[in-house]
Design a protein around this ligand. Structure first.
Ligand code: AMP
Length: 283
């Protein structure tokens, strides 16, 4: 294990360490993750290093945001690999809480962002965003960051978090970061590791569909129905059959739109084999 990174599992110790770090008006930037780190996560850590005096990264595979038949049990856990990757950055602490401390016996308090959580992934993953919002609020309370850095890869998650930070008057500034992709366009994801070679080739059609829609929009087509059809053809022609959604929505309130405009969100979710992947692009 990497020698110079401080790993903290105790909630109290993390809270006290944050208080120490913040002494003398020093700022903390926080990067919450579920581990299995890749360049997408590391771009957030790099940003955190730029904007604050101190960086805290959490690794917690949050059981509450996984559904019954989802991959919680199989989700990649690689603490040694993760701390190795983080050792190239300035990371003051890796917060590695234990599930039984985060959700002690008799735990019964949840955070819901009632409108934004309903759409897109919220439809096929009931309870997912409630789990995300609840754990992120808890992590914010423990780590007390000045900034928290999130990827636009999980666009709806970002909107859920921005909303509750505003609604609850939290004193943390949310910093969004662009999606990091492989050279061929595939969005980096911890779940890409599950894909066989054949599945990876099919997975590539998600970003291809988004790029094709974006190109058609730039060519002058504003009809959301036609734009989506363009993307659907690419998915269908690549044997991506298990499509959860491919939609164009307002990027703030996530409402469906009929006439596309610059700044709209095009979001896709599909299952490739057993692996559910998401991706998006802003027009
Ligand atoms: P996860 O470990 O999947 O919960 O992700 C932790 C953070 O990394 C979230 O803010 C994600 O949006 C972000 N993230 C994941 N994949 C990417 C990516 N390809 N590019 C940028 N950020 C990402």
């Amino acid at each position: 294990m990497s020698k110079n990174i401080r790993i903290i599992s105790s909630l109290n110790e993390m809270n006290e360490f944050s208080n120490e770090l913040k002494r003398g008006s020093k700022k903390i930037a926080f990067v919450p993750t579920m581990g299995a780190l890749h360049e997408g996560h590391l771009s957030l850590v790099s940003r955190a290093n730029q904007i604050a005096d101190h960086t805290v990264v959490s690794i917690f595979v949050n059981p509450m945001q996984f559904g019954q038949n989802e991959d919680f049990g199989n989700y990649t856990r690689d603490l040694e690999g993760d701390t190795d990757k983080l050792s190239s950055y300035k990371v003051d602490a890796v917060f590695l809480p234990d599930s039984k401390d985060i959700y002690p016996e008799n735990f019964q308090t949840y955070l819901e962002v009632t409108e934004i959580q309903k759409e897109l992934c919220g439809k096929s993953r009931p309870g997912h965003f409630r789990g995300v919002a609840t754990v992120v609020l808890k992590l914010f309370n423990i780590v007390q960051p000045d900034y928290a850095v999130f990827g636009q890869k999980d666009f709806q998650q970002l909107k859920v978090i921005e909303r509750f930070v505003k609604d609850l008057h939290l004193g943390v500034e949310i910093i969004p970061m662009p999606i990091v992709r492989e050279e061929d366009g595939l969005a980096l994801s911890s779940r890409n590791a599950y894909l066989s070679e054949e599945e990876r080739a099919r997975a590539l059609s998600l970003s291809k569909a988004l790029y094709a829609i974006s190109q058609r929009f730039r060519d002058g087509c504003k009809d959301a129905g036609l734009l989506v059809e363009e993307g659907m053809n690419i998915l269908n022609n690549s044997d991506v059959n298990d499509i959860d959604y491919l939609e164009i929505r307002d990027s703030q309130n996530l409402e469906l739109i009929k006439t596309a405009q610059s700044g709209n969100l095009v979001a896709v979710a599909a299952k490739i084999g057993n692996t559910r992947l998401i991706d998006n692009i802003i027009l």
